[in-house]
Design a protein around this ligand. Structure first.
Ligand code: 5GP
Ligand code: MN
Length: 353
């Protein structure tokens, strides 16, 4: 292991860098105090995040789980859905226990951490029913978060929940090994589009630098996250790009994925991740929408490149939510009906800017 020189002359191991350069002021003092009080003795803890977990949800859950365990607590990590294939390189991913809706066993704990979930409704009912704790800590960065925990730390200016977990670790003085560093790196990278989206701040880069110091391998993580797709994804992309439609002088774009195509190519939910970026990246496009036909509903995934066009507001109008520049909703009816209603509202808003 490589030793790093410290200002006071004592060497510290690269694998165990502390979150020294990260602002500890970011964690609200009342939240921190409540948590410190609870963690002053060994606790049984459950970490849960939203359904269909993404990189931020999984990375943050794994990191927080490992940090709490390191601090002497007993930790279990739960989700309603399995870890996406693309994230199964993260150390400890197998620790995420998938709770089946068919079997509701009780998981009694002292504390529950809800991670990256804007509301209780983003977590399946059977997960909420089976994981029972006497206190709920809610850590999230969605503007629409409805503060459903007993203690809530919601920072809508934070680009990723992973960034908040790093700040929490810093505030507690917890040490960060390479496995935690990888999980947090993946969390922050995936939610910031690889440190490109506008919510990315200098603090984000400082945290990433700390994670690299702590052993996150930049080349390897990025290859595994962004350059390890199965071939069928390319075939899926070829067909999905054919469906590209443009509205409002090419300022609004959409892609459509039918059930039929998904079945024909055997596409998994993981395969469609990021497809929207191809139309989002067109110079004229301000907002892009992905419509995916599913058995239970039409999944709508939307992105904006312009702060004046909030896709969150459009999604909220149909019962969904998210961030101003990345939001989603599930809509009932046919794909055509969903497209007409959603695009009608989006085009109207784009017309106002
Ligand atoms: P994505 O488009 O990547 O699935 O999701 C982007 C953002 O929108 C995420 O932050 C997620 O929380 C939010 N989001 C996605 N789908 C839904 C949904 O059906 N309901 C709500 N409330 N938020 C969603
Ligand atoms: Mn997130």
């Amino acid at each position: 292991m490589q030793a790093l020189a410290r200002r006071d002359g004592l060497p510290i191991l690269k694998q165990h860098a502390c979150f020294v350069s990260i602002s500890i002021m970011s964690v609200p003092s009342d939240f921190l105090q409540a948590l410190q009080g609870q963690l002053s003795q060994p606790r049984r803890i459950a970490v849960i995040s939203h359904d269909r977990p993404d990189g931020d949800a999984i990375g943050s859950s794994l990191a927080l789980g490992a940090l709490l365990q390191q601090a002497g607590h007993e930790v279990a990590i739960f989700n309603a859905d399995p870890v996406p294939q693309s994230l199964r390189f993260l150390p400890g991913w197998e620790r995420v226990e998938v709770l089946s809706s068919k079997r509701t066993e009780a998981h009694e704990v002292d504390l529950v951490f809800n991670i990256d979930a804007a509301g209780a409704d983003r977590i399946s009912q059977h997960v909420r029913d089976s994981v029972k704790g006497s206190m709920l800590f809610n850590i999230d960065h969605h503007r629409g978060n409805n503060h459903f925990g007993d203690h809530n730390w919601v920072d809508p200016d934070s680009p990723a929940t992973g960034q908040m977990i790093a700040q929490l670790a810093s505030a507690f003085g917890w040490r960060c090994g390479s496995e935690i560093a990888q999980a947090l790196y993946a969390a922050i990278s995936t939610d910031t589009g690889g440190l490109r989206y506008p919510a990315t701040t200098a603090e984000t880069y400082r945290i990433m630098a700390t994670l690299v110091d702590a052993g996150a391998n930049v080349g390897e993580i990025n290859r595994l996250l962004y350059e390890s797709f199965p071939l069928r994804r390319l075939y899926g992309l070829q067909e999905v790009l054919q469906t590209a439609e443009f509205f409002a002088d090419h300022r609004v774009a959409c892609l459509t994925l039918t059930m039929e195509l998904k079945q024909k190519l055997g596409l998994t939910p993981d395969d469609t991740e990021g497809m929207l970026d191809h139309v989002r990246g067109i110079d004229s496009v301000l907002a892009a929408v992905f419509f995916e036909e599913r058995a239970e509903a039409i999944r709508v995934s939307s992105r904006s490149k312009d702060s004046r066009v909030s896709v969150r507001k459009v999604c909220e109008q149909f019962g969904g939510g998210g961030h101003d520049l990345a939001a989603g909703v599930r809509m009932q009816g046919t794909v055509e009906e969903a497209k007409e209603a959603f695009l009608g509202e989006l085009v109207r808003r784009v017309g106002e800017v």
